[in-house]
Ligand binder design. Structure first.
Ligand SMILES: *Cc1c(COP(=O)(O)O)cnc(C)c1O
Length: 231
């Protein structure tokens, strides 16, 4: 078996074991493969191994791969920071955006979503660990923003997303993830129809599934370590 095949099998087993331990129904957690820095050929190989959803962080890099895989496209998710002059290309080329945090960006994505495509699926990014350097809405800002995005006709608000501060042990990993789930539950109580909690990466997948993640975003554990980011 290839390295990629064995890593995909291992991550599927981790998800299955975490579902079982957390009392989650089997199959309730969706795997998003984070393919930033990986070439189109690797994504194609991962698709032959059964992966169907890929997340990209950098628009230009992503567009090159979208074009290379245009004959048989997977479901593309945008999971990187969004500049307002890039919204049109995101609205035209992706099925999901996980990193919406500003009203202006949401309005532009809705206005620019082509009419021939289904509404763009949206998660609002929450700065769940309260780090000054991190993107995301504060919990205080969230309800008003969620109501506003839910009212945009070409978007479909699906839920919340976060990238918590790194933590080593299971209990410390669980705390911010539990907070994100509670914020989502509060929005649902307020009447929003949300079904997606986008949380959990290679290092905190188990804690995220335990706390109710419905979609985990996994890069390193599938594709191996990435080259250091150039600055
Ligand atoms: C890179 C990235 C991931 C994947 O992280 P790994 O630790 O490599 O699994 C998930 N989510 C976001 C937003 C990312 O930028």
């Amino acid at each position: 078996m290839s390295n990629l095949a064995s890593r995909i099998q291992a991550i599927r087993e981790r998800i299955r074991a975490a579902e079982q331990r957390g009392g989650r129904p089997p199959g309730s957690v969706t795997l998003l493969a984070v393919s930033k820095t990986q070439p189109a050929a690797t994504i194609r190989e991962a698709m032959t191994l059964g992966l169907t959803r890929f997340g990209e962080n950098y628009l230009q890099e992503a567009l090159d791969k979208l074009e290379a895989l245009d004959d048989n496209p997977p479901e593309w998710h945008f999971i990187g920071p969004i500049q307002s002059n890039k919204t049109r290309l995101i609205a035209e080329n992706f099925s999901w955006v996980h990193t919406v945090e500003r009203p202006k960006i949401a309005q532009r994505l809705s206005a620019q979503r082509p009419l021939g495509l289904p509404p763009l699926n949206i998660c609002l990014q929450v700065n769940i660990s309260g780090e000054a350097s991190k993107s995301g809405l504060s919990p205080d800002e969230l309800p008003a923003m969620a109501t506003q995005v839910a009212g945009l006709s070409r978007l479909r608000l699906r839920g919340l997303m976060a990238v918590p501060a790194p933590a080593q042990d299971f209990e410390a990993q669980r705390r911010p993830l539990a907070r994100l789930r509670q914020l989502q539950e509060a929005l649902i109580r307020d009447g929003l129809d949300l079904d997606t909690l986008s949380m959990g990466m290679s290092d905190d997948l188990e804690a995220a599934v335990h706390e109710g993640a419905t979609l985990v975003r996994i890069g390193t554990a599938i594709f191996g370590p990435r080259p250091p980011k150039s600055t």
